[in-house]
Design a protein around this ligand. Structure first.
Ligand SMILES: *Cc1c(COP(=O)(O)O)cnc(C)c1O
Length: 303
């Protein structure tokens, strides 16, 4: 059983620059090497629901290096469920062996359907879903990124009683499901900060759909130009953080968040002495794919 380990440890960490706050990282990344962090939380009650409904196939959507695709594929192999990944980008069909995420998903038994970007955008149309059912038979449909109300429910279990002494809870945001779970489970004295990995304002609304209170804020200054965009400064920071704390950060979510936190500390955003808990949502499986890209561009690699 993988859905068992529930509480991950908080570790005190330092940052490359000097700080006047207390900073801890909740090691959700240590839950599982592939079904890591928030993906574990988001899938937990969905797998339960799929079983209850008697469905033995999971179908979901994602991009080339998706942590969610990796997690669903791995869950399928652990639980003996068939998995289908609808992948953005027809060109990827011939590149599976060069893509560590897709290769691992395939090794787990995931079956792929590659579609172009336009079709991918319209993937929630009833017609499109009907066609998928004709092609693959009945399945349990998990949305892209895994966010639905059961995913939010799972993420409401990230924080424990012990965490109630923290003033701030920080987490990265992709679809906002994880943040909503945190928002719904904090105490009255706690603020939630979400660090957007994407450019754009639509996330505010997406999070509000699931959030039950309003002591939270979306920080939009640290996406580095957009989803999965990176630069040398970010890589240098991620590697310095690893050298200091022996904790790896991923370049798409947690690296950008901690970079942002360091910057906000330097600008005195947090009152001196604040206790900050940073959720390490995992995503480390994506580093190999990113390093392949960095190697091609002759850039320094993520350690
Ligand atoms: C998917 C993912 C996120 C984003 O989670 P949402 O619930 O979609 O906001 C954050 N961090 C990591 C490492 C992820 O894989």
């Amino acid at each position: 059983m993988i859905f068992k380990l529930e509480n991950s440890v908080n570790l005190r960490v330092s940052l490359p620059s000097k700080v006047d706050v207390e900073l801890f990282v909740k090691r959700e990344d240590a839950i599982h090497p592939i079904i890591s962090g928030n993906k574990y939380r988001k899938l937990k009650y969905n797998i339960e629901a799929a079983k209850k409904e008697g469905k033995n196939t999971l179908l979901t959507f994602g991009g080339a290096f998706s942590n969610h695709i990796a997690a669903v594929a791995e869950v399928g192999s652990v639980y003996n469920l068939k998995t289908i990944g609808v992948i953005r980008g027809e060109e990827l069909v011939s590149k599976i062996n060069d893509n560590p995420t897709l290769k691992h998903a395939q090794d787990c038994g995931m079956q792929f359907k590659f579609i172009n970007r336009t079709d991918f955008r319209n993937k929630e149309d009833l017609n499109f879903i009907e066609n998928l059912k004709n092609e693959f038979g009945e399945f349990y449909n998990i949305p892209e990124g895994g966010t639905n109300s059961l995913a939010v429910k799972g993420c409401e279990e990230i924080l424990t009683e012990e965490d109630s002494s923290f003033d701030y809870i920080c987490a990265p945001v992709g679809t906002g499901g994880t943040l909503a779970g945190l928002i719904n489970s904090v105490k009255m004295n706690q603020q939630v900060l979400g660090f957007s990995a994407l450019k754009g304002d639509f996330l505010q609304e997406d999070i509000s759909k699931f959030a039950k209170q309003d002591r939270w804020k979306l920080i939009t200054d640290y996406h580095f130009g957009g989803y999965a965009k990176i630069n040398n400064e970010l890589i240098t920071f991620i590697n310095a953080f690893k050298a200091l704390n022996n904790i790896r950060l991923d370049p798409i979510y947690t690296g950008k968040m901690l970079f942002g936190i360091q910057d906000m500390i330097s600008k005195s955003y947090f009152p001196k002495g604040s206790k900050i808990l940073v959720i390490h949502t995992g995503g480390l499986q994506g580093i190999a794919g990113m390093n392949n890209r960095l190697k091609q561009k002759n850039l320094p690699l993520i350690q």
